[in-house]
Design a protein around this ligand. Structure first.
Ligand SMILES: Cc1cc2nc3c(=O)[nH]c(=O)nc-3n(C[C@H](O)[C@H](O)[C@H](O)COP(=O)(O)OP(=O)(O)OC[C@H]3O[C@@H](n4cnc5c(N)ncnc54)[C@H](O)[C@@H]3O)c2cc1C
Length: 365
C-alpha cells in the first residue's frame, strides 16, 4: 500500500483521510486532540449549550490508518518532520493546514481554551447593550443575525469598508441579507472604514472611530476574515496570501507528490467548507487513479466552483443562500437556508463525518 501523509485534521484533512482509508496507508498529523466544528461557533456565542456538540474525538475517523497528534514543522516531496523531532516518510503528502480566525470563532493549535473563549464572549455579550461588528463577510453577517435573533433588544451595528454585504458572491444575495438584517434591527454602515482597531484577533470593548466620529460600543467583534495557515514549506512556494500555490492538479508548484486543498491552498475557491467538499471529492478521485498507476497529467484538472455556494443563516429561521445552480447561481431565502444550515448548523453531518452517530441536540433558548 502507498503511504499518504495528510497534514492537518480540519474539515479537508479528515474528509480526505476517511475516503482514502481503504486504498492507502493513511497517517493524519494534527496537533489538536479532537476535531472542533467551528462552523457552529457563531451561534455558540449566543448559546454556549451548543459547545458540547462541537468537539468530536478523532478515534472513530479511520479504520486502518492512524492519527499522529503533533505539529508538522517541515514538509517536502518525501515526507514530513514533526515538532517532536520524528520524521515520517510518505509517497504522497497532502497539505491541509487550513486557516485561523479571530477569537472566539476558531480554536488555536490547542483546543483547551476554545470553550472558555466562547463562554467569555457570551458573558460579554450578555452584559453589553451596544454591539459593533467589524467586517461584513460570512462571519460578520451571520453573527449580526444570530445576536438579534437571540437578543432582539440589543443594538447591533455592522460596519464594513466594502459597499455591500458578502462582497464578491452575488448582488442579489447581498440585497436579500441586507433587507433581513434591517428587519431584525441591525444598523448597517457599509462603505465606511474603522480608523483603528484595538485588536484584530479577539473581541474588545469600544468605542470605535469611524470617519472622524465616535461610535459607542460596549463590545466590538472583529470579523475581518480568515488568515491562511501556511504549510511549512519554502516561502517561494507560497502565494502572497500565505496559501500554497498549486498547479491545475492541486500540486505544490514544481513537484509531483505534494498536494494541497482547503483554506491553505490557492485553489481558486474562497475559504469555505463548500470549497473543501468539492476539492476533496476531486482529490480523492485523482489520488485513487494515481494509486492505480495513472499519470496525474492524464487526469482532468481541478475546476473551482464557477459560482460559489454560500449559505448564510441569520438565526435558526432567517437568512439567504447562493446555490451554484443555473449558471449564474440561484439565491434562495429563509426556508431553504434554515433547512440547509440554520436549524442544525451541520452538527449531525460533522459527527457522522468523524465516524460518530448524529447527536440529538436542542437549543437551550
Ligand atoms: C465561525 C466560522 C464559521 C464558518 N462557517 C462556514 C460555513 O457555514 N460554511 C462554509 O462553507 N465555511 C464556513 N467557514 C469556513 C470553514 O471553517 C473553513 O473553510 C474550513 O475550516 C477550512 O477547512 P480546512 O480543513 O482547510 O482548514 P481548518 O478547518 O482550519 O483545519 C486545518 C487543520 O490543520 C491543523 N494544522 C495547522 N497547521 C498544522 C501543522 N503545521 N501541522 C499539522 N496540523 C496543522 C489545524 O490544527 C487544523 O485542525 C466558517 C469559518 C468560521 C471561522
Amino acid at each position: 500500500l502507498k503511504r499518504i501523509i495528510i497534514v492537518g485534521g480540519g474539515y479537508a484533512g479528515t474528509a480526505l483521510a476517511r475516503v482514502l482509508d481503504d486504498v492507502a496507508e493513511i497517517r493524519l498529523v494534527e496537533p489538536r486532540d479532537r476535531f472542533v466544528h467551528n462552523v457552529a461557533a457563531i451561534r455558540a456565542v449566543t448559546d454556549p449549550s451548543l459547545l458540547k456538540y462541537m468537539q468530536v474525538p478523532y478515534d472513530h475517523l479511520l479504520r486502518r490508518g492512524s492519527i499522529v497528534q503533533d505539529r508538522v514543522i517541515a514538509m517536502d516531496e518525501k515526507g514530513v518532520r514533526l515538532e517532536g523531532g520524528v520524521e515520517i516518510a510518505g509517497d504522497i503528502i497532502v497539505a491541509a493546514t487550513g486557516s485561523t480566525y479571530a477569537k472566539p470563532f476558531k480554536p488555536g493549535l490547542s483546543v483547551a481554551p476554545f470553550d472558555d473563549d466562547c463562554r467569555a464572549a457570551h458573558a460579554q455579550l450578555l452584559s453589553s447593550k451596544r454591539i459593533a461588528i467589524v467586517g461584513a463577510g460570512p462571519v460578520g453577517v451571520e453573527l449580526a443575525g444570530e445576536i438579534l435573533s437571540a437578543f432582539p433588544d440589543k443594538q447591533v451595528t455592522l460596519i464594513s469598508d466594502a459597499p455591500v454585504l458578502l462582497a464578491g458572491f452575488s448582488p442579489k444575495l447581498s440585497a436579500r441579507l441586507a433587507e433581513q438584517l434591517q428587519v431584525l434591527g441591525v444598523t448597517l454602515r457599509l462603505g465606511e472604514r474603522v480608523e483603528s482597531l484595538a485588536a484584530l484577533d479577539r473581541p474588545f470593548p469600544g468605542p470605535l472611530r469611524i470617519a472622524g466620529e465616535t461610535l459607542d460600543a460596549d463590545i466590538v467583534f472583529p470579523a475581518i476574515g480568515a488568515r491562511p495557515t501556511s504549510p511549512p514549506m519554502a516561502d517561494a512556494l507560497l502565494a502572497p496570501s500565505g496559501r500554497l500555490k498549486v498547479d491545475p492538479w492541486l500540486r505544490a508548484a514544481g513537484g509531483h507528490t505534494v498536494f494541497a486543498l482547503g483554506d491553505a491552498a490557492e485553489t481558486g475557491d474562497p475559504m469555505t467548507t463548500a470549497g473543501v467538499v468539492r476539492q476533496k471529492q476531486w482529490l480523492a478521485k485523482t489520488l485513487k487513479a494515481m494509486l492505480e498507476g495513472r499519470a496525474v497529467e492524464d487526469l482532468p484538472p481541478y475546476k473551482p466552483w464557477s459560482v460559489h455556494l454560500m449559505v448564510t443563516p441569520l438565526g435558526s429561521k432567517a437568512g439567504a443562500s447562493l446555490l451554484p445552480l443555473f449558471g449564474r447561481g440561484l439565491v434562495v431565502g429563509p426556508r431553504i437556508t434554515a433547512s440547509l444550515k440554520g436549524k442544525d448548523l451541520f452538527i449531525p453531518r460533522c459527527h457522522q463525518g468523524l465516524g460518530y452517530p448524529a447527536p440529538v441536540f436542542q437549543r437551550s433558548a
